[in-house]
Ligand binder design. Structure first.
Ligand SMILES: Cc1cc2nc3c(=O)[nH]c(=O)nc-3n(C[C@H](O)[C@H](O)[C@H](O)COP(=O)(O)OP(=O)(O)OC[C@H]3O[C@@H](n4cnc5c(N)ncnc54)[C@H](O)[C@@H]3O)c2cc1C
Length: 467
């Protein structure tokens, strides 16, 4: 019934925090509401297709991604993007425009007008802002790179990563490095050139996965945690005790712990900490996470006219399409579809059209089939069709988000031993979740060590938790 640390939520963030604490020698217990661990990271195999219902790629540019693969002994299962990925596609007036993969792809592609390309270069000369005030991603990028680039390149990119709208999201929260470059060098482009010359790393993406899909990662962490994970357990309430926290898990009993790490979606975190940290709860409940749906379709190769020689495609809002973007899954990584078949996924909803994401599965399949028919020439019945609804898809880093993050990352200053971790603090990518979870675990480790030094009583086992 007593333990050092309870982690609420067995998604990537919770598992990573627990794994790290365990490696540091602490007794830890993960409580996960679902029957399966992994949270958003769900891979499923059906009829020879490997589907990713949530994340599909890891960003190797973030060191925590590769390190997790190595530490967990997963490098021999790792797979990099397939050689068939030659383009990124953007939807241009109802057709796919190929943007070559590479730094000058946009400048050589016909997707942007000549005026937009010239306007992009004006970033080198324009006066800069250095007042530190937040502005939307759309406002910042329009000011620096021109409206056409902001609407037709940045907005689809932001939709692809955050399922959000560039006009609603905070540039300080999403692209802090671009703001810093403008401030320091007067121009983002000039800043990038300087950083390159100085050998500094620029934000980038290099994508990888594992043969069994992204769920390989949470599964490996869970194997390592063994019986320190309880699934099918809904945490209802956290309350304060003289020596830590009391975690109420309804019929399953209760646990006492010196440390609580809340690794759930922000709205759940808000509810769970409402009594113990009202300031943190107020900040967490302000983070909007619109619904998102993923439609996976498998086809016989002959049913799809397009070569699918890319990552997939993204759409700008002005295209008025039902899909935010799509991935060419069987091109991205090997063994995602049976021989002579291809696999594609459509992402529907997010902040652009939350209501569409709530449609029943058959309607979403029809909608995705229509889009794939128009854009990649997919005809006939798919071999497999699967829909995953995410009622709270991805947290939106809206205007004012950096101020909320201040309140969310200082819970332990207001109440010793209480920590939040998750995809709403420093970025939604799995790799960033790993980084943030490890920082959280490090802080919790410091606190636990300090507590153990001041009260060296033995901690009882977990035997009384009836789950
Ligand atoms: C469709 C989609 C595609 C994505 N694509 C990518 C991608 O390609 N690359 C990438 O890097 N990232 C991607 N992401 C983002 C990334 O997957 C997520 O940000 C990340 O997995 C979130 O992990 P998490 O552990 O913070 O949260 P979650 O995965 O949401 O986990 C939270 C956990 O808390 C549990 N929980 C909630 N309430 C309770 C309670 N009361 N008691 C106990 N447990 C509770 C939940 O059941 C859940 O398991 C994608 C996300 C989605 C939805």
């Amino acid at each position: 019934m007593n333990t050092d640390a309870v982690v609420i939520g067995g998604g990537v963030s919770g598992l990573a925090a627990a794994y790290d604490l365990k490696r540091r020698g602490h007794e830890v217990l993960v409580l996960e509401r679902q029957a399966q661990i992994g949270g958003n990271a769900v891979s499923e195999t059906l009829g020879g297709f490997l589907m990713e219902h949530g994340p599909s790629t890891m960003n190797a540019h973030i060191p925590a991604a590769g390190k997790a693969s190595t530490d967990l002994g997963l490098d021999d299962q790792r797979c990099d993007l397939g050689s068939g990925v030659r383009h990124r596609y953007l939807v241009d007036d109802g057709t796919l425009a190929a943007i070559p993969v590479g730094p000058f792809g946009l400048m050589t592609a016909k997707y942007l007008s000549p005026i937009a390309k010239i306007r992009l270069l004006a970033d080198l000369l324009l006066p800069h802002r250095s007042d530190g005030e937040d502005e939307s991603v759309m406002a910042f990028c329009s000011r620096r790179f021109g409206r056409e680039v902001a609407e037709r390149v940045i907005d689809p990119l932001v939709a692809g990563i955050y399922a959000g709208r560039a006009a609603d999201l905070s540039v300080l929260a999403i692209f802090p490095k671009l703001v810093a470059l403008e401030k320091k060098y007067g121009s983002v482009t000039l800043g990038m050139i300087h950083r390159r010359r100085e050998g500094g790393k620029m934000p980038g993406t290099r994508l990888f996965s594992w043969r069994g899909g992204i769920s390989t990662l949470p599964s490996a962490m869970a194997r390592n945690l063994g019986d320190a994970i309880r699934t099918g357990v809904v945490v209802r309430k956290i309350s304060r005790r003289a020596d830590g926290f009391h975690i109420d898990v309804g019929d399953a009993g209760a646990v006492n712990a010196k440390v609580v790490i809340v690794a759930t979606q922000p709205h759940v975190a808000a509810r769970l900490i409402a009594d113990v940290d009202p300031a943190g709860a107020r900040a967490a409940e302000q983070i909007y996470a619109p619904p998102l749906a993923v439609v996976f379709l498998g086809f016989h190769r002959e049913q799809v006219a397009h070569p699918l020689d890319g990552l997939g495609f993204l759409t700008s809002e002005s295209e008025n399409r039902n899909v935010v973007g799509a991935q060419f899954c069987s091109t991205m990584f090997p063994n995602r579809a049976p021989r002579d078949h291809v696999a594609v996924s459509a992402y529907i909803g997010g902040a652009r059209s939350p209501d569409i994401a709530r449609l029943p599965a058959p309607d979403l399949v029809n909608l995705a089939r229509g889009e794939f028919h128009d854009l990649i020439g997919a005809v006939g019945e798919p071999t497999v069709a699967r829909v995953r609804h995410w009622p709270l898809g991805l947290p939106q880093y809206g205007m004012g988000h950096p101020a909320l993050v201040k309140d969310l990352t200082t819970t332990a200053d207001r109440l010793s031993g209480l920590y939040l971790t998750g995809n709403y603090l420093a970025g939604p990518s799995v790799a960033t979740c790993l980084e943030v979870a490890q920082e959280t675990a490090l802080a919790a480790d410091g606190y636990l060590k300090q507590e153990k030094e001041s009260s060296p009583t033995t901690i009882a086992g977990l035997g009384h938790l009836r789950v």
